[in-house]
Design a binder for this molecule. Sequence first.
Ligand SMILES: [Mg+2]
Length: 268
Amino acid sequence: MAAAAAIYPPLNERPIKNTIVLFDVDETLTISRQLASPAMLQLLSELRQKVAIGYVGGSDFAKQQEQLGSAEVNVTSLFDFCFSENGLTAFRLGEKLASTSFIGWIGEEKYKKLVTWILHYIADLDIPIKRGTFVEFRNGMINVSPIGRNASVAERNDFTAYDTEHNIRPKMVAELQKAFPDLGLTYSIGGQISFDIFPNGWDKTYCLNHVEAEKSREDGVDYTTIHFFGDKTYEGGNDWEIYSDPRTVGHSVKNPEDTYAQIKELFF
Ligand SMILES: [Mg+2]
């Protein structure tokens, strides 16, 4: 692949100075959960000759390696900055930066209180069926499901309908907010059967910490222009916070084709 073999100027010698371009992954660089097109990878490689480039995705690194890289190509060779899990896991020029975890941030004591409360609440919850895995412990968050993540597709569909009528998840989130007003946690209801709990600010803006840290490096770059391209840029969408952040220039795209066209227009 052309992109893997290309050689790029050092970050502080890119022709368009002090500029980095960040991309969401799903529906921005690739169709959701699918692979990036060769044309998109080629364009990114050409763009990288001019500015620093990076992706910022909510999923973990393995998922982005699968979508943007290949068996022969490590995704960290295709971008200057790789921000997985919104930057909790990060690579700079192929090297791993310090990573962050939910448990490291919250600490065992507070976590124990939180998860104990959740398990009690679910135990006392009167819903038609319960399965298994009510709390899934992940690197950057916990995922809570009143029915349990082991539910089958049919059981998930039934729960979604039940939840729409009875507000099981919204009520549980409201009770959690009441029980733990001082933990600084964000509750995000998404998908069919669960919701995520993570620290305030651990959305895509988290990766801007890494971008801002660049200026403190020897030969580092002070990125005064940070472009961001994403598809879910509306309020409540997972690109909203970074798109609307005063530190970025936000670009809203409809799909990867639109990203391609906007990049062409802006930089070529
Ligand atoms: Mg997206």
